[in-house]
Design a protein around this ligand. Structure first.
Ligand SMILES: [Zn+2]
Length: 81
C-alpha cells in the first residue's frame, strides 16, 4: 500500500511511502497509529480503499516554523501560503 503525509495546515504533500507488502494493519502498526483510539486515528489518518492509500495528517516544516514563530497567526486561521 501507499502512505502519503499531508500538511493539515497548508495541504501540501509532505512525504510519501510505498510499502507493497503492508496492509492497513501493518501500516498503522509501523506508523504508531495503533496506540491511538479509533477516534484519534480517524482524526489524523484516512484510508482510501480504492486507491489503497493511507493519508496521514501532519505538519510540514514551513507550517511548523510558522507555528513556532507566529502561533497567533495559526490560531486566527489566517495562515495563507
Ligand atoms: Zn504546511
Amino acid at each position: 500500500m501507499r502512505i502519503e503525509y499531508w500538511c493539515k495546515h497548508c495541504r501540501h504533500l509532505v512525504g510519501e511511502l510505498d510499502e507493497p507488502g503492508w496492509d492497513l494493519m501493518d501500516a498503522q502498526r509501523h506508523l504508531g497509529l495503533s496506540s491511538f483510539s479509533a477516534v484519534e486515528q480517524a482524526q489524523i489518518s484516512a484510508y482510501n480503499t480504492n486507491r489503497n492509500v493511507l493519508y496521514v495528517r501532519t505538519v510540514c516544516e514551513y507550517c511548523q516554523h510558522a507555528l513556532e514563530s507566529y502561533p497567533e497567526v495559526l490560531l486566527e486561521g489566517k495562515l495563507l501560503q
